[in-house]
Design a binder for this molecule. Structure first.
Ligand SMILES: [Zn+2]
Length: 457
């Protein structure tokens, strides 16, 4: 092998054959029921292990608990640069079978779509990652070209139920196998709006979840004698005050870039102007734009720390005034924002010394991954090549993912959902008749392969 060879000398890929192969792998993995709990991901891991081993790719298969699994496979580079990880989870959420029009574990293709639980979340990406490994092996390694960094494939368990037997386990027990500079994980969006593929949102940071308890105190007594300081009424007033309160608008660098880029392609002119305003750095325009965008709940959620009341409790019987009543708040802070500062503001908003606000579960912040990194650029360049009209934007997810754990360890993690889909198809994720368009599966596979090949050449 000549020392100067690079993966640019990789052999040409038959993408139609690669697409058929990806579909086949995805169908087989959908047919293995990995509803978590109990998970039973080991069967999928064994399937992946057999495919990778047959392609003469190094694998490590672990069983963190009975029936659970972690699979790590590796293509070895020349060590010039630190590894890149492509990861996906093997478990899926449950199904309400009666509401499906097809067998959720049948892996049927109907009308250009492959149906099944996990088709989008996350077996689709698992199949695309697997195909990426196979293609890199056949068209780069086996032809004597080289990779400048290891490409590590990770399939884990238990993502849908906390990660104790998944990423958490792998980080605690085999940190040496998953040391990398860059990580591609789930968590982004490739969005079709009004029938047109519009943008690829690459998650580079996420909001931090916290649990906060609001407890109102008051005098207890017989309900026949109404008391002025009734804790239930007090809690009601406190909740009403919180419900009318919004945390201030704050743009992180990622959010700024997100609206800036989206404004270039967004179809609705009013919303497009609002995005321009929000990205303007002129305080008055930012607030005007935010007022418009906050009418869309998901945009509102990326513009500020979000406060949701989720549980109310208090009282033991209908004729007794209880001494206290409580409510739980789920608060998602913007990265870098202090939950203590949010709670101080809430205390001022409630303005009642008999109401306590306490942080009962503190989320851990993680540094945002750089959206000007070579990995982000590799994704954006691949998108440009596959779909010149689409833009690639950094994106802060409002939900939490495994990537936070990796960012805390110093890795630059990026969340993708590399399959173009509209809101309606995306809503099937965790819902009924989950499906992926075969054309989208092909696009996603090319996107992951293209980005990994660029970063590892
Ligand atoms: Zn998932």
């Amino acid at each position: 092998m000549p020392a100067t060879s690079t993966s640019s000398e990789a052999t040409a890929i038959d993408w139609a054959a690669a697409a058929r192969e990806t579909v086949l792998h995805l169908q087989r993995m959908i047919r293995i029921d990995t509803v978590n709990p109990p998970g039973n991901e080991l069967a999928v891991a064994q399937y992946l292990d057999s495919v990778l081993t047959a392609a003469r790719i190094e694998t490590h298969l672990f069983e963190p608990a009975h029936g659970r699994a972690a699979l790590v496979a590796r293509l070895t580079g020349d060590g010039t640069r630190r590894p890149v990880i492509i990861m996906a989870h093997m478990d899926v959420v449950g199904v309400e079978r009666a509401n499906w029009t097809v067998d959720p574990f049948g892996g049927e293709t109907v009308g250009g779509y492959l149906y099944g639980r996990g088709a989008i979340d996350d077996k689709g990406m698992l199949a695309a990652n697997l195909e990426t490994m196979l293609l890199l092996k056949r068209h780069v390694i086996d032809v004597g070209a080289r990779l400048t960094r290891d490409v590590i494939f990770v399939a884990n368990s238990d993502e849908e139920a906390g990660g104790e037997f998944g990423m958490g386990w792998l980080v605690n027990n085999h940190r040496e196998l998953i040391d990398a500079e860059f990580v591609l994980n789930e968590g982004g969006r490739t969005r079709v709006v009004r029938g047109k593929p519009l943008y690829v949102a690459v998650q580079n940071t996420e909001k931090v979840p916290h649990g906060v308890t609001v407890t109102a105190h008051g005098p207890s007594g017989h309900a026949a004698v109404p008391l002025a300081g009734n804790a239930v009424f007090r809690l009601g007033r406190a909740l009403a005050a919180i419900g009318n309160y919004q945390e201030p608008v704050r743009l992180t660098p990622s959010t700024h870039e997100f609206f800036c880029q989206l404004a270039r392609v967004w179809p609705d002119p009013t919303e497009r102007r609002a995005m321009d305003d929000v990205a303007s750095r002129d305080r008055r325009r930012v607030l005007r734009g935010a007022r418009m965008l906050m009418m869309t709940p998901v945009f509102n959620a990326v513009l500020r720390t979000g406060i949701s009341a989720t549980v109310v409790s208090g009282g033991i019987r209908s004729n007794v005034i209880p001494a206290e009543a409580t409510a739980l708040l789920n608060i998602r802070t913007l990265p870098g924002q202090s939950i203590d500062a949010v709670v101080s503001r809430l205390r001022r908003v409630i303005n009642d010394s008999r109401v306590e606000v306490a942080i009962t579960q503190r989320g851990e912040d993680a540094p945002a991954s750089d959206f000007t990194s070579p990995m982000f650029a590799a994704i954006a360049e691949t998108v440009k090549e596959l779909a010149p009209d689409m833009v690639t934007v950094p994106y802060m997810s409002t939900g939490a993912t495994d990537s936070a754990r990796l960012r805390q360890l110093g890795m630059q993690a990026y969340g993708l959902l590399p399959f173009p889909m509209d809101q309606e198809d995306e809503d099937r994720m965790h819902g009924n008749d989950e499906r992926i368009a075969l054309a989208s599966l092909d696009f996603g596979t090319r996107l992951i392969f293209g980005a990994v090949q660029r970063i590892a050449r």
